[in-house]
Design a protein. Structure first.
Length: 293
């Protein structure tokens, strides 16, 4: 029976001001072996990364399975049975795109089974699970992405990040729900804050691709981070401390991981990171990869 091996990168979304619009693929990978079988469904979770066994379903509700089924339906495929072996490294509920990576895995597997190259519809399928395309596009395409909507269609463009940028992530033990932190956001924001953040988001595109010396200013945000700060005070304080030291730091996605966009791959020695797991993660250049055997 067909065996597919899928490797998909983590992602960091928003990057400060680019709420639901900017994403960065990171070299931390979930790997899944997906085999088409005669019948039934079997899921083996070999490694749960920083998640817990109880958090990983082993039935049709598994995100990889759901995305694979949706991709197969879109492509007119009806595989009889499915066996998954999941080697997870991306922490769950930490703001590093674990859900998006699972969805991209399933969609990419369906396309590989159909022997079809990933296309714009693949992005629609993947982004449709979350309602925004920043994480999904980063895991799908790799590199630095700008995502947006045109009506009900998700769009994304991959841009080449500057070679000097070396992301560092600080991952706490605390977990966070995207739905819960979105619930902290107000329905309206002051016009001045919206205008400020729009300018910084535009600057972030320039800084990430051509002028990393502008990243500290380019990662300033008034749209979402301070509203979410009560959900993870230690992470918010680390962002503040790093920025005070001149490091372009922001909450990664919905948090609570902190993303620092450095050029040296390290954080200042004077900043307290004792409650965080700090790791340099290079930018992933290529997005999801699928090998068929």
């Amino acid at each position: 029976m067909t065996l597919l091996k899928i490797k998909v990168p983590a992602s960091s979304a928003n990057l400060g001001p680019g709420f639901d619009a900017l994403g960065l693929a990171l070299a931390l990978y979930d790997r899944v072996e997906l085999q088409i079988t005669d019948a039934g469904l079997k899921i083996e979770v070999i490694d749960v990364g920083a998640g817990g066994v109880d958090d990983v379903p082993t039935d049709e509700s598994h995100l990889v399975v759901r995305a694979f089924r949706r991709g197969c339906e879109h492509l007119g495929l009806r595989p009889p049975g499915l066996h998954l072996r999941c080697f997870n490294a991306i922490p769950h509920a930490r703001g590093l795109g674990s859900s998006a990576s699972a969805v991209v895995t399933g969609v990419a597997a369906a396309y590989a089974l159909a022997e079809k190259a990933l296309d714009d519809d693949a992005l629609q399928l993947a982004a449709g699970f979350e309602g925004h395309a920043d994480n999904a596009a980063a895991s799908l395409l790799g590199g630095f992405v700008v995502a947006w909507n045109e009506g009900e269609r998700f769009r994304a463009e991959r841009l080449q990040p500057h070679h000097d940028i070396r992301p560092v992530v600080a991952v706490p033990a605390l977990r966070s729900s995207t739905d819960a932190t979105r619930g902290l956001l107000p329905a309206q924001v002051p016009h001045a804050d919206a205008a400020f953040t729009a300018g910084r988001a535009a600057l972030a595109v320039h800084a990430l691709t051509a002028r990393p010396d502008l990243l500290l200013s380019a990662t300033e945000d008034r749209l979402h981070q301070h509203y979410r700060a009560p959900a993870y005070p230690a992470s918010s304080e680390l962002v503040r401390a790093l920025r005070a030291e001149g490091v372009a730091a922001a909450i990664s996605g919905a948090g609570p991981t902190v993303l620092a966009l450095t050029t040296g791959g390290i954080l200042p020695a004077g900043v307290d990171v004792t409650s965080f797991d700090v790791t340099e993660l290079p930018i992933d250049p290529g997005g999801v990869q699928v090998a068929a055997q």
